[in-house]
Design a protein around this ligand. Structure first.
Ligand code: 13P
Length: 280
């Protein structure tokens, strides 16, 4: 759909070009700090979580990016214990918007805060597709997470049919705008956006580096419209969807791709560590 992104053509993110700095030796270098986050989804028991993190720790000890593991709720205590003394962050995979109440099966942002969880993934397409999350409930969850002091990894992305219909840009911009409704400039500093095309998740069909960059740039453009270019330049926009040790370097070399949200490969310490190593 070449025309979809016509407004962005030739525009590598911001007009100020802040994501890159011209280094005499290295050429253009990526200035935003990369964030590589694993989304374990519904995998690993607490004991297995401890083992996986213990294996991961030495492999990412020298990372030049931020590293986060997104674990099932029941694994949070084990994960928080296992990462002690390291720079690895821990994320939950969802949170409810109310502080407490009659919401069987839900976990509130306040509860995560009480456990000292740093991050929460919100609006993942699996939550939207299988568990009825909508742009409006995503907005409410984002609000609660920010109020609780958490950093949000907000997921957006189009279905295959939407890409084929040529509405990827509209879908992703709408999801971003609604999710960030009411989010202040100051709060935006605790928002990471993960662009995850649904057709690339768990399918082995990765978006091309160009496709990933186009939509990440479009998200940044949307943020610039909502806030300013100065704010938009500082936001980490990740790509997610079949990112692995083999394709990470090319995806991460894109000017508007500032990291990855990794599913399957995050369950294999060596593979996840290879992606972390590619983020520099
Ligand atoms: P995969 O890396 O398994 O495709 O999953 C991506 C994802 O959904 C991360 O949130």
């Amino acid at each position: 759909q070449p025309d979809l992104f016509s407004t962005l053509k030739g525009n590598l993110g911001s007009p100020y070009f802040a994501p890159f700095q011209n280094d005499k030796e290295k050429g253009w270098i990526h200035m935003r700090k990369y964030v590589i986050a694993g989304n374990w989804k519904m995998n690993k028991t607490p004991d297995e979580a401890t083992a996986l993190i213990n294996e991961l720790k030495p492999l990412v000890a020298g990372a030049s990016c931020d590293v986060v593991v997104g674990v099932p709720f029941v694994d949070l205590p084990a994960a928080l214990e296992a990462v002690k003394g390291t720079a690895i962050g821990v994320a939950a995979q969802n949170c409810h918007w109310e502080k407490s109440g009659a919401f069987t099966g839900e976990v509130s942002a306040e509860m995560l805060k009480a456990m000292k969880v740093g991050y929460v993934i919100i609006g993942h397409s699996e939550r939207r597709t299988y568990f009825g999350d909508t742009d409006v409930t995503v907005q409410k969850r984002v609000r609660a997470a920010l109020d609780a002091g958490l950093t949000v990894i907000l997921c957006v992305g189009e279905y295959l049919e939407q890409r084929e219909q040529g509405v990827t840009g509209e879908v992703v911009a709408m999801q971003t705008k609604i999710a960030l409704g009411g989010v202040t400039e100051e709060e935006l500093k605790r928002i990471i956006i993960a662009y995850e095309p649904v057709w690339a998740i768990g399918t082995g069909r990765t978006a091309t580096a160009q496709q990933a960059n186009e939509v990440c740039a479009l998200i940044r453009n949307t943020l610039a419209g909502l806030y300013s270019w100065t704010c938009a330049d500082d936001v980490v926009v990740q790509y997610g969807g079949s990112m692995n040790a083999g394709n990470a370097a090319e995806l991460l070399a894109q000017p508007d791709v500032d990291g990855g949200l990794i599913g399957g490969a995050s369950l294999k310490p060596q593979d996840f560590a290879a992606i972390v190593a590619a983020a520099k």
